[in-house]
Ligand binder design. Structure first.
Ligand SMILES: *Cc1c(COP(=O)(O)O)cnc(C)c1O
Length: 379
């Protein structure tokens, strides 16, 4: 364990060229308290004992990388990110493996996406290797917080924000990069339940040339009002249409979509193409690969709301599901739209949805061979 190392000890990890990861003394909650939280962690409610922090200053680059006590940040009231939302994030999970080790799932893809998000918001990117080092270091030091219950995980949240105290509108000269970790329970502890969705015609999530294809904080702020509208109509999630024609299905506020055409071994999958206004999900990309391996044809193309509705009506579209790191795969049951409501299939979780979900979870939790090298051993 690293918890007894003092800052003066030689650090074993390097963040970026020449910048060591300093490991500070951290006060750790007693095992009994931790185990009580891990028994029913929910999502995003509890955080581990440590966090990773690194600083950036123009001219100096990334420096002062450390594993330190999870604690509130002290920020100047003029902190740029609080005013102009120069702020990005990632989401990935660490999974307890059957052999007692801990692995993350395709973290290199998160690292690469984090660089793209930074570039879009004119922030200095965290080098991909440094991102991986930070995530590994945090999971390793807090590995006791990786839950081992069925389908439980440790959710990891890397993020970067502009910390320069300055109210002028320009890229900041100072940033913080942090990684925090939060134990997460099974997304569907009592079995997979389909969600209902509301097709928003009042609001769009992303427009061509905007920020819809990166993970920036502002995208989520803008999704809260449409989400409230969906909730008021009894729906769980919002489906967004393209901003130009308001005709084509894009995605949910935080999950990509798949449509199943036909059934059985011949079933085909269709997912909206990455047109520049969709967030390129790592779960989406993984499912395209897995479904093709299972012998299914997978097409990335535009799908209109009309095609979805008429396909459901004439039986062509048999299943629809959403996917993302947090929920893995969520079946879509009911659809509400101004032009009329409809139910996909029998409103339950379809067979291909169920099968792909089980397979991806099996890969992530190490229950079937990892044929793509998607698991990254951390600790
Ligand atoms: C994060 C996110 C997703 C899902 O991406 P994963 O890499 O699969 O977790 C989908 N849509 C939006 C808008 C997102 O922010």
């Amino acid at each position: 364990m690293t918890d007894t190392l003092s800052p003066s000890r030689t650090p074993s990890r390097v963040f970026t060229g020449g910048v060591p990861v300093v490991v500070e003394d951290v006060s750790r909650r007693p095992a009994a308290e931790r185990d009580a939280l891990l028994a029913d962690p929910g999502f995003g409610r509890y955080f581990t004992d440590s966090m990773f922090v690194a600083r950036y200053r123009e001219g100096e680059g990334w420096h002062d990388a450390r594993l330190t006590q999870y604690a509130p940040l002290q920020l100047d009231p003029a902190t740029a990110a609080l005013h102009y939302a120069q702020s990005i994030f990632e989401g990935l999970k660490a999974y307890a493996q059957p052999d007692g080790s801990v692995a993350t799932f395709r973290p290199e893809a998160n690292a690469a996406r984090f660089v793209r998000s930074a570039e879009r918001l004119a922030m200095p990117p965290v080098p991909e290797e440094a991102f991986l080092t930070a995530v590994d270091a945090l999971v390793d030091t807090d590995r006791a917080w990786v839950p081992t219950g069925p389908d439980q995980t440790l959710y990891l949240r890397p993020y970067q924000l502009a910390t320069e105290p300055f109210l002028g509108v320009r890229p900041a000269h100072e940033y913080l990069f942090l990684v925090i970790a939060s134990p997460a329970g099974a997304y569907f502890p009592r079995g997979v339940h389909p969600v209902s969705v509301y097709v928003s015609e009042d609001y769009v999530r992303a427009a061509p040339g905007g920020t819809g294809d990166v993970k920036c904080a502002g995208n989520y702020a803008a999704s809260l009002r449409p989400q409230q509208q969906a909730s008021a109509l009894g729906c769980d999630q919002v489906v967004y249409l393209d901003a130009v024609e308001k005709r084509y299905i894009e995605e949910l506020g935080g999950m990509n979509l798949f449509f199943v055409l036909g059934s059985g071994d011949d079933a085909e999958l269709v997912t909206p193409e990455l047109s520049g206004t969709l967030l390129p999900g790592i779960t989406r990309d993984s499912l395209v690969t897995v479904a093709r391996e299972h012998g299914h044809r997978v097409t990335e193309r535009r799908v209109s709301l009309e095609e979805w509705r008429s396909g459901v009506a004439d039986g062509t579209v048999t299943e629809t599901f959403a996917c993302g790191t947090a929920a893995v795969i969520t079946p879509i049951g009911q659809v509400r739209a101004r032009t009329g409501d409809f139910t996909v299939g029998d409103g339950g979780a379809g067979p291909l949805t169920t099968q792909l979900r089980a397979h991806l979870l099996d890969v992530q939790h190490g229950r079937v061979p990892d044929t793509h090298g998607w698991l990254h051993r951390v600790a």
